[in-house]
Design a protein around this ligand. Structure first.
Ligand code: FAD
Length: 102
């Protein structure tokens, strides 16, 4: 990876917006959820977007590795929990993710 000269245009200060406030969680998927996105762009494009989000998470992991960021301890997997009984829903979601995205 070579060095690049870049120009950052920022109205406030660097890290002002959401990027300076986020919790630091890196996982595939979007807050809107697959069904909402599929309604807007169709199932095929929604799947492509989900695959892109998987690539994004992998790119972050590769950067951490390449840059030797020792403090960024990676946790494998994603734990979904529910405050109400949703076993069937969570199981169906897990099965769908496995089927569609391996
Ligand atoms: C509380 C919180 C927690 C979050 N946690 C997570 C998380 O754990 N994991 C995750 O993946 N995502 C998280 N997100 C979402 C994620 O942070 C955002 O999706 C992401 O940072 C958006 O990046 P951005 O560059 O599009 O926008 P921003 O980081 O918001 O950058 C936009 C910048 O543009 C500047 N700007 C606006 N208008 C102009 C102008 N006219 N001229 C010059 N500059 C301008 C703004 O000042 C701002 O700094 C979180 C968001 C919030 C708010």
């Amino acid at each position: 990876m070579g060095w690049r000269r870049v120009c950052v245009l920022e109205a406030e200060r660097i890290g002002w917006g959401a990027s300076g406030r986020n919790g630091g969680f890196v996982s595939p998927g979007y807050s809107a959820g697959y069904q909402t996105i599929a309604r807007q762009v169709g199932r095929d494009d929604a799947k492509s977007l989900h695959r892109l989000s998987i690539e994004g998470a992998e790119a972050v992991a590769a950067n951490l590795e390449a840059l030797g960021v020792a403090d960024a301890e990676r946790t494998q997997g994603l734990l979904s929990t529910s405050r109400y009984e949703a076993t069937d829903e969570l199981t169906a979601h897990r099965d769908w993710l496995e089927r569609e995205f391996d």
